[in-house]
Design a protein around this ligand. Structure first.
Ligand code: NAP
Length: 504
């Protein structure tokens, strides 16, 4: 008799389980295309570049490393396909996106594992990002058939105005490593829906999720040339000629403000349309009337999502003095119990940061804050283990002149500062050149309205620590960017308005 079956226990040893996990990871990586995707074909390049697992530093695979010449073919393909794609029925474009939505969701486990392997976030978060990416496909499948226009009589009579929207044309899409699939889907989906062809360049650290996404769009029936992918270790050398090429009519960029400003200068040469989703420095305000349980839960979400590596991460946690000590105690208690490890391990919440340089940056920011008077409540020093790990950290009494109040921390460090009055809290919140998102926790309705109107940000979360939603217009003001992604206006970023005056 099979005693294992009888007792219900498993005979799998930890070594076997590890071996099976390694095999599964190798199979999943081997399932991916690794070339450039140009005009409907996967093509190899003379050079390749490694993709690494940030939890171990081990190489996962090699992908194409395009030089400017090899990459230029992708823009040729996008330009060649533009007219036919623009003429494709909106319903057809919508159906391809809807089919890709189904395929993506059905493939969640494989795609989540790919994302965790190349970027490090825990599997649960990667599954969430696959769902988030899929929602952009669904949202823009619905928007593709609702591109509308207008008609009016000229105020003086005698003429009619016909207002229509047309695809802006071949678009360049550049994405960061922190949300490697969702940021791609947030650009590719509206471009497809609007009738634009595109060339997408994912971040060098995380090309695999984009390759997997485009592979699925192809399975969903996307015609050749509509989306092209370029992977490269020479972002500037490859993208600059494409940006300066007059056939490119749009740049949609998500990344740092520093690179965004450089790209805007290049785009000025051809007066190219741009969408710029740039850096943030989100203030997270907790007023003395807040529900502290909700505020702590919100801070956990706003701080720990993506191991703190999000443009929307709570960068400065500003707490009104009467509740500051209790808030800090509760947040510290929650953060210090979060399991750290490789994102593939069960229950892990604190995965690795993306690179060794990221750990150094966070370490330096914490040291600077402590030197200026901040107190470490938990964490505060890098972990001695392979991979790029930094522990969940709480600092209190972070002074306004600490460097971390002005830079994006991009790590699991909660920086708490106290304030006294509502006016002071708002002034501190707005004391930044960034304006992506702000959060505020209060149970007072009048204060909710005052504060949300006064906060200088493109998005405000009231009593919630996450604002991202494909149905909402995502984007910032000030140095956080230009334009909006998602929501009812998201497709407009890829459409040009044409007015036709008709004499009657
Ligand atoms: P990054 O260094 O600005 O890179 C973003 C993308 O731009 C990458 O694909 C990068 O390629 C590429 N790039 C870099 N230099 C370039 C150049 N000269 N010409 C063309 N492309 C170039 O940013 P990151 O470190 O990947 O991402 C983190 C930043 O993104 C943070 O500032 C974060 O706040 C921001 N972000 C903003 C949003 C938003 O929606 N507002 C969302 C997510 C992230 P390589 O990888 O090859 O360098």
């Amino acid at each position: 008799m099979d005693r294992t079956a009888e007792s219900g226990t498993s005979t799998t040893t930890p070594e076997q389980a590890q071996h099976e996990q390694q095999q599964r990871e190798q199979e999943v990586i081997a399932s991916l295309p690794t070339g450039l995707f140009v005009g409907g074909d996967w093509v190899t390049t003379a050079a390749t570049m490694p993709v690494e697992d940030p939890a171990t530093g081990a190489e996962l695979c090699q992908v194409a490393d395009a030089d400017p010449g090899e990459a230029g073919a992708a823009l040729d393909a996008a330009a060649d396909a533009q007219a036919e794609w623009a003429a494709t029925a909106p319903r057809k474009r919508s159906e391809i996106l809807a089919k890709a939505y189904d395929l993506l969701l059905a493939d969640t486990e494989r795609l989540a594992l790919i994302m965790t392997l190349e970027m490090g976030k825990p599997l649960a978060e990667s599954r969430g990002e696959v769902a988030y990416a899929a929602e952009f496909l669904r949202w823009f499948a619905e928007e593709a058939v609702r591109i509308d226009g207008g008609h009016m009589i000229a105020p003086a009579g005698g003429s009619r105005f016909l207002i229509s929207k047309q695809p802006v044309g071949p678009s360049l899409l550049i994405t960061p490593w922190n949300f490697p699939m969702a940021m791609g889907a947030r650009k590719i989906a509206p471009a497809i829906a609007a009738g634009c062809t595109s060339v997408i360049k994912p971040a060098a650290e995380t090309p695999l999720s984009t390759l997997a996404l485009v592979d699925i769009l192809v399975q969903a029936g996307l015609p050749a040339g509509v989306v092209n992918v370029v992977t490269t270790s020479d972002a500037d050398g490859v993208m600059r000629p494409m940006i300066l090429d007059p056939r490119s009519r749009k740049l949609s960029f998500t990344g740092s403000t520093k690179v965004g400003k450089l790209l805007l200068e290049s785009c000025a040469q051809t007066v190219m349309r741009t969408s710029m989703e740039l850096g943030g420095n989100a203030p997270f305000l907790v007023f003395d009337d807040a529900d502290l349980d909700a505020a702590v839960a919100g801070a956990m979400a706003a701080k720990m999502r993506n191991i703190g590596q999000a443009c929307t991460a709570a960068n400065r946690i500003l707490v009104q003095r009467p509740v500051a000590a209790e808030f800090a105690d509760r947040l510290t208690a929650k953060l210090q119990e979060l399991p750290m490890g490789r994102g593939t391990e069960d229950g892990v919440v604190v995965g690795p940061l993306i690179t060794a340089a990221a750990v150094t940056k966070v370490t330096d920011l914490v040291a600077d804050a402590v030197e200026r008077g901040a107190t470490v409540r938990t964490g505060g020093t890098p972990v001695d283990r392979p991979g790029h790990f930094y522990p969940a950290t709480v600092l209190t009494g972070v002074p306004a002149d600490a460097e971390m109040c002005h830079a994006e921390i991009f790590g699991p460090v909660a920086a708490i500062t106290e304030f006294d009055t509502e006016e002071e809290g708002i002034a501190m919140a707005n004391d930044t050149p960034y304006g992506l998102v702000s959060y505020a926790f209060t149970r007072d309705l009048a204060r909710t309205i005052r504060v949300s109107e006064a906060l200088e940000a493109g998005m405000v979360g009231i009593n919630q620590g996450v604002v991202s939603n494909p149905a909402a217009p995502f984007g910032g003001i000030k140095e956080s960017g230009l334009g909006r992604e998602g929501g009812l206006v998201g497709i407009d970023e890829f459409l040009s308005i044409k007015y036709v005056g008709i004499s009657v």
